[in-house]
Each structure stands twice: as structure tokens, then as C-alpha cells.
Design a protein around this ligand. Sequence first.
Ligand SMILES: [Zn+2]
Ligand SMILES: [Zn+2]
Length: 117
Amino acid sequence: MMFTCPVCGHQIQRSNTTETFQCARCATDFNARELGLRVKYRGEYVCTQCATRGRGIWKLAGSDVIEIALYFLFCAPGVIYSVWRRSSQYHACEHCDSVDLVRTSSPKGKKLLEQNP
Ligand SMILES: [Zn+2]
Ligand SMILES: [Zn+2]
């Protein structure tokens, strides 16, 4: 990802997983989060329902049964359903399926981990 330094106009190549980066020309430090740039989170999550710690899993919306049934009965709706399922993925707890996950680094996540060691 390229970022143009607002101080000197230098093009900075930054990684989208690191929060802080520096301009190689004028040595100004930047914080991606403060600038509203996207930072990809690579850490773990805590489930607010069962306090399971993990990365969570991406689940497809809808059901396998309906998808297969649609393919058997009518072909076109099956395709539409498949596309919809894959476009409506959600991030859920691997243990209880709850979508209420918080980052382990967040205040809420830290508290949950303290309460459930
Ligand atoms: Zn600069
Ligand atoms: Zn859970």
C-alpha cells in the first residue's frame, strides 16, 4: 500500500498489518489508525459469549442443505444462492458460533481473559 507523506510528498510503501510507519525521507512518524487507514488485524479474538480465545472462523450464511436442494430442483436459483452465501460470510466463534467477538488487545477482550483464565 502506498501512502504519500503529507510533510514532504515522499511515497511511502507501508504494510497493511503494521500500525506505525515512518517516512524514509523526512523521518516523520505516522500512525495508520489515527490517519483512518485500514490496518489488518492478525491477532486473536475473544468470544464475549463463551470466552473462547482464538482466531474465529469464517462461516457461510444460509445452509448447505438448502443450497444442495436448490441445485437439484432448479439450477439457476442454486447458483444465486451459492453466490449470496459466499458474499455474506460472517466471522464467528469457533466454539459457540457467536458473532460477538472482541480483539484480545481491546479493553473488553483483556477483561474477558482476566475473568476466564
Ligand atoms: Zn516525509
Ligand atoms: Zn464462543
